[in-house]
Write a protein that binds this ligand. Sequence first.
Ligand code: AMP
Length: 505
Amino acid sequence: MNLSTLFAIALERSPDKVALEFSEVAQPGSVETYSYRELYAAVARWAGAFQQMGVQKGDRIAFFLGNRPEFVIAYLAVIRLGAVMVPVNLRYRKREINHILHDCTAKLLLTETAQQPVLDELEADNLADVERVLLVDSPEEWLGGETVPAPVVVQGEDLALIMYTSGTTGRSKGAMLTHNNVLATVTGLLSAWAWAEEDVILLPLPLFHTHGLMVGLHCALAAGATTRLRPKFDLAETLDVLGSGGATLYFAVPTIYFRLVERIREMTPKPDFSRMRLFCSGSAPLPAETHNEFEQLTGLRILERYGMTETGMNFSNPYAGPRLAGTVGTPLPGVFGRIVDGQGNPVQPGEEGEMLVRGSNVFDGYWRDPEKTAASFSTDAKGIRWFHTGDLARQDPETGYVTLLGRRHELIICGGFNIYPREIEEMLCTFAGVVEAAVVGMAHPEWGEVPAAFLVCDGAVDEEALITYCRGQLASFKLPKRFRYIEALPRNAMGKVQKHLLPRD
Ligand code: AMP
């Protein structure tokens, strides 16, 4: 089976049902809707056009696109041809985008007019192997007439996606996900969360990330549900839609729940969420305080789950059963989890260790990087291969639920986006006068964490100029929110920086 075969069930069953509804909050009234029939008619046409441009099975197609119907259409067309979608974080800038385009040797780049300024910079620089840049909002320039794509045999083990993670060395790695990997996550979630055709999901999460794409869009398409896609989170509209029976499902990151709680706290009367079936949270730890206050205010308990780009979804609190704040529950169908010590031996329930996972959901490896792939997996005494998540975890001996404790490699998660300190440190050191840099996560009530930088400089550094420099190099969420100047970085005998000794006040 492949993803297109799974998604085709909804078309066969209810062709006239609304598959996708899109509107920009900034332009009220401009609602676009696609029935399943209309959606897949567009998919066939786009797939035909891509094929005429020479797109073949295995070709990488980069997407630098915001949430919009054309993202969904183009994605479904790409995987129908057995080609591979490479979504690029929309906040990435020249350096980060260039790396991805070069690394995956993308054949086409799909983007939109709104990204023209970023595109201009890229073109001035280098578009790597990209043969064509297609603006999805000007399809008349490239789409051509009705064409029926020639059939392509796409198998479960073929690649569907290469999703770039943030890299600990400053270079992001392309996680290769096959159709089977994605099918495992999607089919697991369909049953674990009781998805139904009647479901309507309000989806403002970015489709370039696993949360919006895998958990939101894929499940909705597979269930034959309706996706109300939005370009971004809008507090007022969210409360309006969810409070008026306009959705049954809502998936978000803790930062969004924090904002909802803040607003609902002030509202009288409180919004009526009685027609909502499920609120989910993931991508970063949901503070127990937010979890509990959300329940007090709305009467509904958020379901927290745990996943990552390389694995899709791993753990979830139960749909029908106690949802415990501060935990990510138990493994999803077909997923196995094991918590191990530094030597790779399983620890006892109640003890801390690194979470390893295995299952059909776990990715194939990093694109053209056998070394990093090998370093991310280990084989146990029975010859079974486990993926090292890098997440520290503990299983409660009584409930069996797992709590995530932190990231082994100092990952900073800001509003659901991953930030690897080393990438920022390396960049800071390229600024004249900066000798050494250490970046750490600083607790933030709204974003969870934000990056803060410690700098060792030879002479005075113009902070304004440094910030402007950073802006040109990094996505905005990676910009350090505070700079501190110190004499020297604390190091251990081996010369390794001891970040826990840096002052956090
Ligand atoms: P990403 O690949 O961007 O989805 O990030 C994956 C990482 O996000 C995981 O390895 C975890 O460190 C973190 N993460 C995801 N879900 C949760 C959660 N529910 N609680 C805590 N951390 C989470």
